[in-house]
Design a protein around this ligand. Structure first.
Ligand code: PAF
Length: 280
């Protein structure tokens, strides 16, 4: 496995794959890899001739008051996990390499980014769209893999690929959970024991939403309120939103067609976690 730190070397490696007629799968990450990431990596390895994992904590997708500085970083462990999973290249550029002096171009999106996380993190999706576009241009993947835990991110990236005619197949992969249901996330590492135990209630509340929906409840406001009531009983949890939306438009469902999800963002102590469940 090769670790590449410059854009020019990564572009050269990707061009060599292409020249040899080899397909490349890209797994974009911010590192601190866990089983959720590794499920994407395994899928990429199984579907492509070459697999590239990018590890880059992208400064421009964090708001000024957020955890960019303290975001967990463990390059040694991440490289070992990638090596064992038969990854071909880890692309690990510095912020200066990705955003050199004079960098002024951004990829922005309206509508899809206006609700849910986008409403609370106004610069976040501009940062995500910009870095993912750059990663696509640098690594030329045939397929790119993203987790469904970040449901709005997945919808935004699918839309961007469509709108900007990018030649990449975006593959969404199921949420991977701990034994008690907590969705795996690098930010779970911030939780103390009590918060860690409480965090499992997010998934329990989502299961309740699923149960109500399966039993025929179609008043989505009632389901959203129910989740709010359940989570308000857990002292360390402050709910940001619980919303039932169409997975493609991130808007309230329009009738009974399309994929419908219930998405939650909550602070557990100081840690912001997101999760969602597919209702239909
Ligand atoms: O989901 C993430 O880890 C990040 O948002 C991504 C897609 C790697 C872009 O920095």
């Amino acid at each position: 496995m090769e670790i590449i730190r410059t854009v020019s070397e990564m572009k050269a490696a990707a061009a060599a794959f292409r020249a040899e007629g080899l397909s490349a799968g890209l797994v974009p990450t911010m590192g601190s890899l866990h089983e959720g990431h590794m499920s994407l990596v395994r899928k990429a390895v199984s579907e492509n001739d070459r697999t590239v994992v990018s590890i880059f904590v992208n400064p421009i997708q964090f708001e000024a008051h957020e955890d960019f500085g303290s975001y967990p970083r463990d390059m040694a462990k991440d490289s070992e996990l990638c090596e064992r999973a038969s990854v071909d290249v880890v692309f690990n550029p510095s912020a200066r390499e990705m955003y050199p002096d004079g960098f002024h171009s951004y990829v922005d999106m309206s509508v899809l980014t206006e609700g849910l996380c986008g409403a609370r993190r106004p610069n976040h999706f501009r940062g995500v769209c910009t870095v993912v576009s750059k990663l696509f241009n640098i690594t030329y993947p045939r397929r790119a893999y993203f987790g469904q835990k970040d449901a709005q991110q997945l919808a935004v990236i699918k839309r961007m690929v469509l709108d900007l005619n990018m030649d990449v197949e975006v593959v969404g992969m199921p949420v991977i959970r701990e034994a008690d249901g907590l969705a795996m996330s690098s930010r779970n590492a911030y939780l103390n024991d009590e918060e860690r135990a409480d965090a499992a209630y997010i998934c329990k509340a989502l299961s309740e939403a699923s149960r109500l929906f399966d039993e025929g409840e179609r008043d989505i406001r009632r389901i959203e309120r129910h989740i709010g009531e359940l989570l308000s009983k857990i002292p360390s949890i402050a709910l940001e939103y619980a919303e039932i939306v169409d997975a493609k438009t991130m808007r309230p469902p329009d009738g009974d067609h399309g994929e419908i999800i219930c998405a939650v963002a909550a602070r557990v102590g100081k840690t912001r976690l997101i999760d969602n469940v597919r209702l239909k």
